[in-house]
Ligand binder design. Structure first.
Ligand code: ADP
Ligand code: MG
Length: 379
């Protein structure tokens, strides 16, 4: 798809960006490390989008849509500096200029560890999840889906060791749409085979849950050191990773839920995952309570128009599931704590109720006496 031209190290773009080296090469063009002459040689990244420039209208559309990236402001997302239009040996080219994040990608980190015969530990991936989930929460709050989360699109910043999210697939999608709209070239599904969920790869459907799915695959790859294709059984449509790595029950069940085949069975927000990781019991109780809330008094779930799940399963199955959930919910309640609390609180409550009654009684008696006195004085 790309017709990008190679920029040699030392060459200068628009008399401003001196190319230092090529960082990568993707379907839409090359990515370069450069220094900004106007800013005392500050390092930056130039990412080419060569196929977009086949038509001026496509370029306009791309530029307009890509402008939403300039509105993203998060300390773990490289700042987008400018959209550079230039002529490269007669070809119009577009470059996204962004901040350079110094540090290895998680793919590079994994390779380095594998050379020492190890991969990432549970503690490391849990920390990474806690550091990355707020970034996803932020992007999603801006109505943006990343679409291409994978170890090579996450950089560990050298200075603070925080993970940075790069390479927004949504920009590539905009580019692909622009190409398709104006040149009718084959539309491309943006995402990475193995990382992106089935609905994204097959139908191009993306949602918050599809980013969360790709994040879970990323975590599994870092934990096991295996490629996603080795972990996913396409016949049974299941992720078989437990035989390769042992993790706590909580992290395991969080990952399983993130990786559910159907988007509706996954977590619907990064926040939910954070809560589940922090307090597994509480998040289980809240999810069970929310399920109980959707069961009406005859035990049937409310029929919501968009819920295809309920239409597939007969109500009896739902009722059975609901009852099971209620049982599970009861098991989760810390009854011992509730009992010991009641021992302390109950006498106090009773004392309060009795003192209230005594006060009311005294009050009535006083007002009756007062009325009697007034009646006597009238006589
Ligand atoms: N902002 C950045 N800071 C540092 N390195 C970057 C940055 N953006 C990209 N890179 C490096 O360039 C590689 C390719 O860039 P990327 O944006 O992922 O393009 P693509 O995967 O589409 O080729 C990355 O894997 C990373 O090593
Ligand atoms: Mg990339």
């Amino acid at each position: 798809m790309s017709n990008s031209s190679l920029l040699a190290p030392g060459s200068t773009l628009e008399k401003r960006y001196r190319i230092l080296r090529e960082l990568g090469r993707g379907g839409f063009g090359r990515t370069y490390l450069a220094e900004d002459i106007n800013r005392y040689g500050e390092r930056c990244v130039l990412k080419e989008f060569s196929p977009v420039v086949h038509s001026t209208k496509a370029e306009e559309l791309f530029a307009r849509e890509a402008s939403m990236l300039y509105q993203l402001h998060h300390p773990q997302i490289p700042r987008f500096r400018e959209l550079l239009r230039t002529d490269l040996s007669g070809n119009r080219s577009l470059f996204l200029v962004q901040d350079y994040i110094e540090g290895p990608t998680y793919e590079e980190l994994l390779i380095a560890r594998q050379q020492q015969g190890r991969s990432f530990s549970e503690a490391e991936v849990t920390q990474m999840l806690f550091q990355l989930l707020p970034v996803l929460e932020y992007i999603h709050s801006q109505n943006l889906i990343h679409r291409d989360i994978s170890p090579d699109n996450i950089i560990q910043n050298n200075s603070d060791k925080l993970p940075f999210l790069i390479d927004f697939g949504s920009v590539k999608q905009i580019a692909a749409n622009a190409v398709y709209q104006f040149s009718k070239q084959q539309d491309t599904a943006i995402g990475k085979q193995g990382y992106s969920p089935p609905e994204q790869m097959r139908l191009g459907k993306v949602s918050v849950a599809s980013d969360l799915y790709a994040l879970a695959v990323t975590i599994l790859v870092l934990l096991t050191g295996n490629k996603p294709q080795k972990l996913y059984d396409s016949n049974s449509k299941t992720w078989n990773w437990r035989s390769r790595v042992q993790v706590s029950q909580n992290l395991g069940s969080v990952l399983d839920k993130m990786l559910a085949e159907q988007p509706r069975d996954r977590y619907q927000s990064a926040k939910e995952i954070r809560a589940a990781l922090k307090d597994p019991k509480l998040s289980q109780i809240s999810s069970i309570l929310s399920q109980i809330m959707t069961v009406n008094f005859v035990g049937r779930p409310f029929q919501s128009g968009s819920q295809t799940a309920s239409s597939k399963n007969p109500p009896a199955a739902h009722n059975h599931q609901a009852i099971n959930n209620i049982r599970k919910g009861f098991k989760l309640v810390p009854w011992k704590a509730v009992a010991s609390l009641s021992v302390v609180l109950l006498p106090g409550m009773l004392a309060l109720i009795w003192s209230h009654r005594v006060l009311v009684f005294l009050n009535c008696r006083n007002s009756r006496r007062f009325q009697m006195r007034q009646l006597q004085s009238l006589k």
